[in-house]
Design a protein around this ligand. Structure first.
Ligand code: ADP
Ligand code: ZN
Length: 348
């Protein structure tokens, strides 16, 4: 078992390990929580794990109920969010009660936003069950729902009181979802270098899974702690994401986020190498890592993607900040005017 302490305004622990979900009641009790707990989950995860979590809560004197919605991003909308709030109100939850997210990023984002806003904020516990949610959305306090006009357009920064990731949950995660999580993992490997890069180059196994998640969470922790509300260094987490968001928009989200990120990192490495900013041998190592994880993707050519860069949420006026790769474990923030993007990427 491993623990990371996230020193945000309201510090909290991320606990990672085999079987830790069996201790959920103990953890909540030691946080001083009691009373009602709404376990929010989706139709894939709830049948696997919700009863076990609820039983454990009952055993420790809590009053759990389970709210399940249809799995998938399509559910991450105001209607489901409203249903969660209605459930809380009808069951007379008060500010001393708790919302517990049990699922992937979709569950965490929506349950977190419900917890942030119901009665202006009630206790929130996050139990991510997907690899992507474990290494990404469970740290940083971002919660949100989608609007018909775009993804994550309504949300809040709201920190959980505990993040508990049971590595045993990975056993039921479909291969495509593991690959999707690894795609986001490529970002941490290239940002950090060192052990996390080596783990992914050798391939993720049940033996190094806990360490991989720990290192990813630690990487995100260091970045987020320096910059809780996204001003400066948090921009590094955007590595590969300008290209990824363009791919997602262009393909109407047919390409899942993690794969799009892996492609984004690959393209940034390729162009850095072509520009002479990244040594050939380092580029070859990144390619090797991508190949080892079935992530050496060839998606939309950069010329098709550049028009979408202007829609990047992190754009400031006519300038865009790209996270460029000078080496493994050595990324830079490079500010570019939009009209120089084409020449930067060698597009006629
Ligand atoms: P994210 O990839 O951001 O975590 P989702 O919340 O949609 O996005 O999760 C991806 C998919 O994986 C969903 O269909 C979800 O139900 C499923 N899932 C998440 N965790 C598990 C798990 N431990 N076992 C089986 N399926 C899971
Ligand atoms: Zn991402």
């Amino acid at each position: 078992m491993k623990k990371c302490l996230i020193h945000t305004e309201k510090p909290y622990e991320v606990v990672i390990g085999s079987g830790v979900s069996g201790k959920i009641g103990e953890y909540l009790t030691s946080l001083g929580l009691s009373g009602k707990v709404l376990v929010v989950s989706d139709t894939n995860v709830a049948p696997l794990y919700a009863e076990g979590v609820a039983d454990e809560l009952v055993y420790h004197g809590f009053e759990p109920s389970i709210f399940t919605f249809d799995a998938g991003e399509e559910s991450k909308n105001l209607s489901t969010y409203g249903d969660i709030l209605a459930f809380l109100a009808e069951d007379e939850f008060t500010r001393t009660d708790t919302v517990l997210a049990l699922g992937g990023g979709v569950v965490g984002d929506m349950a977190g936003f419900a917890a942030a806003t119901y009665m202006r904020g009630i206790h929130f516990i996050n139990m991510p069950t997907s690899l992507l949610a474990a290494i990404d959305s469970s740290v940083g306090g971002k919660t949100a729902v989608d609007l018909p006009q775009g993804k994550n357009l309504v949300g809040a920064f709201y920190q959980p009181e505990l993040v508990l990731f049971d590595t045993d949950f990975m056993k039921t995660l479909p291969y495509d979802e593991i690959r999707n999580g690894l795609g986001e993992g490529v970002k941490y490997a290239v940002l950090e270098g060192g052990e996390i890069f080596d783990i992914l180059s050798d391939g993720l196994t049940s033996d190094n899974l806990e360490q991989f998640i720990y290192l990813s969470v630690e990487a995100k922790r260091r970045i987020v702690e320096e910059d809780e509300k996204e001003g400066g260094v948090r921009k590094f987490l955007n590595l590969g994401h300008t290209i990824a968001h363009a791919v997602e928009t262009l393909t109407e989200y047919v390409v899942p986020h993690g794969l799009a990120v892996a492609y984004g990192v690959r393209m940034m490495a390729r162009f850095a190498c072509e520009r002479g900013e990244l040594a050939e041998e380092q580029y070859a190592k990144i390619e090797g890592l991508l190949l080892a994880n079935d992530l050496a993707l060839e998606l939309n050519p950069i010329s098709e993607l550049i028009p979408y860069f202007a829609a990047d949420k992190k754009r400031a006026g006519d300038m865009i900040t790209l996270v460029t790769i000078a080496g493994i474990g050595d990324c830079r923030l490079t500010k570019l005017p939009l009209d120089e993007l084409k020449s930067y990427f060698g597009v006629e």
